[in-house]
Design a protein around this ligand. Structure first.
Ligand SMILES: Cc1cc2nc3c(=O)[nH]c(=O)nc-3n(C[C@H](O)[C@H](O)[C@H](O)COP(=O)(O)OP(=O)(O)OC[C@H]3O[C@@H](n4cnc5c(N)ncnc54)[C@H](O)[C@@H]3O)c2cc1C
Length: 451
């Protein structure tokens, strides 16, 4: 043992010792806890603890997994053997309203951050659910509120404090360690350093937050998705086109299968918001919708409440996803199959008009395309594991000939390997990794070990 700070019982749990299993369970948000067991779990309270843990890992030949909020669906941080470094307690947050920047820790909840900014007339493209931490969210790219207009959240990262594989503290931005700065914008679970702080650009809050709400019976699947695919590239940048299919919709008190179009809009006036949403009222079967609200004002708090009805805590989740530019005719057979076989609510299928990215900044992120589709299998009872385990992956696998790639946000790489970074970017990332983590101290994406 090299450093005493990782020996303090309140911060360190070794496999087989009291408290270990509780600490392991607490690192994973998903109710489905994988049978993977690190040798030691270290709960860092500050950057000194991170430095000490990395030096300890190096001295003992441990590989390192890092956890901020543990919302990775696949629990990517949780691996067999080695050291698991939990940095969720690094959750500081200082906002400079004059400079329009914020210094935040990786353990800061993205939704708390958004809510605190909201109360000051400020804004950040935080994720659509409560509780995700900024650490993992920003590293994997971060598709958040109003991202079509203001970009992925990682595009608002101005710089970051990182502890490297050998325990050195560095600051990364376009002038200092620019390769690490680039890698931190999208490498996600393949990042090879521990982020202990981010400097973020914050934005002014748009004056109006609103939504539309249309609900269609599931039988109109062909008409709704054909139309949704056709209009996707014309949707106003201030609108996030979201088409959600579920077996029930408790938020709208509906207990049978529906397709819901509830799309956030961010604008400077109600008139502008309603105008931006107008295209979403043009579905050819609009007269058959069960609910039809072209525009209503709402709040970020209401949005979080509504979204979380699809992501209850304590449930078991397996997800998968794909980007595509395929036509509606090509996509429909797969979409029909998804809908025919969909497990009960809260399981759901999201079809998103992506519109998010066009190379605004140099970043490692992605294989984005016009449409993003994601499947969320959600169930509660362990006796249903076998029954539901394959729904997300098998449906995405069946459509993989139409996929450009996948997003790390909803990755399922341990079960279904798929491409998520362009080949040139992957080659450059491998070079940067070799320079900063030559011994492969950090775990990489599941299914990509050894690179
Ligand atoms: C309910 C729910 C809703 C979601 N909604 C969205 C959404 O709207 N938009 C979106 O883009 N994503 C969304 N996601 C995906 C989510 O953003 C990612 O899973 C993200 O990685 C979670 O961050 P975390 O810190 O909580 O997770 P963690 O599991 O702690 O982190 C994921 C991985 O990132 C790496 N990592 C984390 N922190 C650090 C660090 N400090 N230093 C180095 N590496 C680190 C590790 O490799 C870790 O395995 C959602 C996930 C859930 C569960």
């Amino acid at each position: 043992m090299v450093l005493t700070s990782v020996e303090k019982s309140e911060k360190t749990y070794r496999r087989g010792e009291p408290g270990y299993e509780e600490a392991r369970r607490a690192t994973v948000w998903n109710g489905l806890l994988p049978d993977r067991f690190p040798d030691v779990i270290v709960q860092a309270h500050d950057t000194d603890d991170v430095v000490a843990a990395l030096r300890y890992a190096r001295a003992n030949g441990h590989k390192v997994g890092v956890r901020s909020g543990g919302h990775s669906w696949a629990a990517s941080h949780l691996r067999d053997g080695g050291l698991l470094l939990d940095v969720s307690r690094l959750d500081h947050c200082t906002v400079d309203t004059a400079g329009m920047t914020a210094d935040v820790g990786p353990g800061k909840s993205a939704s708390d951050f958004a809510t605190e900014l909201d109360s000051q007339g400020l804004f950040f493209p935080s994720g659509h659910c409560e509780g995700i931490r900024l650490g993992g969210f920003l590293l994997q790219g971060g598709y958040g509120w109003n991202s079509p207009a203001i970009g992925l959240a990682c595009e608002s990262v101005l710089g970051l404090e990182v502890v490297t594989a050998d325990g050195e503290r560095i600051y990364c931005d376009p002038e200092n360690h620019p390769d690490m700065y680039w890698a931190a914008r999208g490498a996600g679970p393949g990042f090879f350093g521990v982020v202990t702080g981010f400097k973020l650009r914050i934005h002014r809050r748009p004056a109006v937050v609103g939504t539309c709400l249309y609900m269609y019976p599931i039988e109109l699947v062909d008409e709704v998705y054909t139309w949704g695919r056709e209009i996707s590239s014309e949707v106003d940048k201030r609108v996030e086109l979201q088409i959600l299919a579920t077996q029930a919709n408790p938020a709208a008190a509906i207990d049978h299968p529906t397709i819901t179009i509830a799309s956030p809009v961010f604008a400077e006036s109600e008139e502008e918001a309603a105008k931006a949403l107008a295209l979403l009222g043009t579905c050819p079967v609009a007269d058959k919708s069960m609910i039809s609200v072209p525009y209503m004002p709402t709040t970020l708090a209401n949005w979080y409440t509504a979204v979380m009805t699809n992501y209850p805590k304590g449930h078991r989740y397996i997800v998968d996803n794909m980007f595509t530019s395929a036509s509606a005719a090509e996509l429909l057979p797969g979409i029909r199959k998804i809908i025919e076989t969909m497990p009960p609510h809260p399981s759901h299928f999201i079809f998103t008009g992506w519109n998010a990215s066009p190379d605004r900044v140099d970043k490692v992120y992605g294989l984005e395309d016009e449409i993003y589709m994601a499947l969320y299998t959600v169930w509660q009872n362990p006796s249903d594991d076998e029954r539901y385990r394959d729904w997300s992956a098998s449906n995405m696998a069946a459509m993989s000939h139409l996929a450009t790639g996948i997003a790390l946000a909803d990755e399922n790489l341990g079960r279904r390997p798929a491409r998520f970074i362009t080949e040139p970017n992957m080659a450059r990332l491998d070079e940067v990794r070799s320079a900063y983590d030559p011994e492969g101290r950090f775990h990489s994406w599941m299914g990509y070990e050894g690179k």
